[in-house]
Design a protein around this ligand. Structure first.
Ligand code: 5GP
Length: 204
């Protein structure tokens, strides 16, 4: 188990549920939260920056990291691989800061082994029909690809029982507020606030 004075938040969702947008809003909205930068073999999308969104590497570099045990968890999603760098995450956690990981369900399950008290948050689309409409609306995928994504989404949705918090993304702003609320509630827990409360008490 990895020691971590701060909180660890894991966010997963089926593709098309709006997770990336929600996570971006969360990072902008909640102070003192570090985004866990994963390593991936996929190519950067327009606007993505190496070292901010991901560490982008080629296949041999990823293989080398796997061989040296450099990943806390890693998975293959479609044609690409994604992994949480062990040293990077441990370094962040050691500072006592809260860290947020945006990873898929298999990785989240594996991460739970290393960090049993991670706060696991799952984002759901409001319905299967709405998810299908969103996937088609993006205009990125063929009918066949949409069908594959929906099947994959269904498989991911079945994992919701492994999570502690569920957020239905029916309305972006409302879901965003609920998501931030989860983080604030965790931060307000007694064990986290006890030292501060004691120091306030000491002033009386
Ligand atoms: P995308 O290519 O759209 O950025 O990400 C595809 C999927 O990979 C998303 O569900 C994302 O959460 C997941 N992912 C990104 N980084 C990691 C990681 O380090 N580990 C795991 N298990 N999943 C990841």
């Amino acid at each position: 188990m990895i020691p971590h004075p701060g909180n660890v938040f894991v966010v997963s969702a089926p593709s098309g549920a709006g997770k990336s947008t929600l996570v971006q809003r969360l990072m902008a909205r909640v102070p003192d939260l570090v985004f866990s930068i994963s390593t991936t073999t996929r190519k950067p999308r327009p606007g993505e920056v190496d070292g901010r969104d991901y560490f982008f590497v080629d296949d041999p570099a990823f293989d080398a990291l796997v061989a040296e045990g450099g990943f806390l968890e890693w998975v293959q999603v479609y044609a690409h691989r994604y992994g949480t760098g062990r040293a990077w995450l441990e370094g962040q956690l050691a500072t006592g800061r809260d860290v947020l990981l945006d990873i898929e369900t298999t990785g989240a399950r594996n991460l739970r082994q290393a960090i049993p008290d991670a706060h696991m948050i799952f984002i759901l689309p409001p319905s299967a029909a709405e998810l299908e409409q969103r996937l088609r609306g993006r205009g990125k995928d063929s009918d066949e690809q949409v069908a594959i994504r929906l099947q994959h989404a269904r498989h991911e949705m079945e994992q919701f029982e492994a999570y502690d918090y569920l957020v239905v993304n029916d309305d972006l702003e409302a879901a965003s507020i609920r998501l931030a609320g989860i983080l604030h509630a965790v931060r307000a827990r007694r064990e986290r606030m006890a030292a501060r409360a004691r120091s306030i008490l000491a002033g009386f």
